[in-house]
Structure formats: C-alpha cells, structure tokens
Design a protein around this ligand. Structure first.
Ligand SMILES: [Zn+2]
Length: 253
C-alpha cells in the first residue's frame, strides 16, 4: 500500500511538472493563462505595437545592454554636429496635424530640451511614431531608435504632447529614446545620437546644459493635490550620476 502511494505521488509530481512546463511553452492553449497573456498583449499592442526588429538589431541591443562599459564618445566633435551632418542623421517624417497628436500650435517660447524614454522595451522609432500618429494624445519632436536613427515628428516651433503640463508642453522640445529592456538604459548608438542631437539643439537655440531636463524634472499635481514626478527617462531617474554624466558629455560651448 505504501509503495502504491509513493508511486502515485511520483506520478502526480511528474504530471504537475509537465503541465507547469507546458504553461510557459509557446502554443500552449490553457484558457486562463492564454487569456491573461492575451490581455497583456492586447494592452501592449494598443499602447505600442510589439517589436518586430530584425534579429541583427536585437542581437546588437542585447549585447550592448549587458555591457557594463560607458559609451565611447571620444570621437564626437563639433564637426559632427554641423547642420549638414545633423540633416544627414535626422529623417523628417511629420505627423498629420491633429489635436491629439500634432496640434499645430506654436511654442510660446523655448526654455528647455526634455529627454524621455518610450517605456516600451525593444520597440522601434517607427513603431512609436505610428503610435503618435494614431492620435493617442501623446507625441514628441524626435524619436531616437535603438540603432541611433533619428525621426523628427514635427517642426521645432510646434507644441508636442509630451510633458503633461500646459506650461511644459508650450516651452519645450521633447526627445523620446527607444531602449532594449525595462531598465530603460539606452544603447550606445541611441546615447551617441542623443548627445549629438541635444548638443546641436543647444548650439542652434543658444541653450545651456542646465536647460536640458528629464521629463522627471517637471512635477505634476493630481486631482487630490498630490505632487508627483514621472519616472522618465527611467535609467536617468534611477541613476542620477549617469544623468550628470550625460550633461557633461554634451558639446556645449
Ligand atoms: Zn516622458
């Protein structure tokens, strides 16, 4: 009797472990698990489409995201941020004018350049551009891809819906950055393009490094009066010393 019980227990353990493995395997059709996954995917798809990056880009970003070293910016100079060079680096693909994406309003004045992260790992600049174009009440002037490619979404004297406050939206140029994982750390290529783009904008509009801000630096107030800060761009909020390093890396003056 005892032996039978032991065998039954062993069989139960084997069956349980097989089922558990099946829940994580692709194509498993457990109703509750797949509906839960489906909801997650649907939300993710609604917010931003899932990434369909070429394998080369994925491999590149994976190896970069695990690299402990800082980006090597030793080769960047003022000659890399001339109008001509930046025009080669930037692709203009303007959003349609619509109140929920690109309202077409003019900035009151330009006070600051604001850095963001897209908050959806491994999505491309174009995928995020499409999310803006779908009139989701969010936009930015630029999106920098995982490979450093820069998309410009609207003219620089127009308002983007990026900051969450009226004053912020009407006085800033916003730059969204793609990132390979949930830490929000940018690839070296994204980082290098960001340094060039922000340096060029500061030169163009006569701004200082103190006028380069994180989205986090714009406090918001909710309906109950509580002040809060958006954790954006996450890596520079979690690592303030890296944010200071970024500002030091800018080619200003
Ligand atoms: Zn942001």
């Amino acid at each position: 009797m005892k032996k039978i019980l032991i065998k039954l227990t062993a069989l139960f353990i084997v069956l349980t472990s097989l089922f558990a493995a099946g829940c994580d395997s692709p194509g498993h059709t457990d109703t509750s698990a797949s509906s839960a996954r489906g909801e997650t995917t649907a939300q993710s798809t609604t917010k931003y489409p899932p990434a369909t990056l070429p394998s080369q880009s994925t491999q590149q970003s994976t190896s970069q995201s695990t690299s402990p070293s800082s980006p090597d910016l030793g080769t960047i100079s003022k000659e890399d941020i001339t109008d001509e060079k930046m025009n080669e680096l930037i692709t203009q693909k303007y959003l349609s004018v619509h109140e929920n994406s690109r309202p077409g309003y003019k900035l009151d004045e330009l006070k600051n350049i604001v850095i963001h992260y897209v908050a959806n790992p491994n999505t491309s600049a174009l995928q995020n551009w499409k999310y803006f174009e779908n009139k989701n009440n969010v936009s930015a002037h630029f999106i920098i891809d995982l490979d450093g490619f820069i998309l410009q979404c609207m003219p620089l004297d127009e308002v983007a819906w990026a900051i969450g406050t009226q004053e912020g939206n009407y006085t800033t140029i916003s730059i969204e950055c793609c990132h390979p994982d949930s830490t929000g750390k940018f690839t070296d290529a994204t980082y290098e393009s960001l340094v060039k783009l922000v340096s060029w904008l500061c030169q163009k509009y006569d701004l200082t490094a103190d006028q380069v801000k994180r989205h986090y630096d714009y406090p918001r107030t909710n309906s109950s009066g509580t002040v809060w800060h958006k954790s954006c761009p996450r890596y520079f909020v979690d690592h303030p010393e890296k944010w200071e390093q970024f500002k030091n890396d800018l080619l200003i003056q």
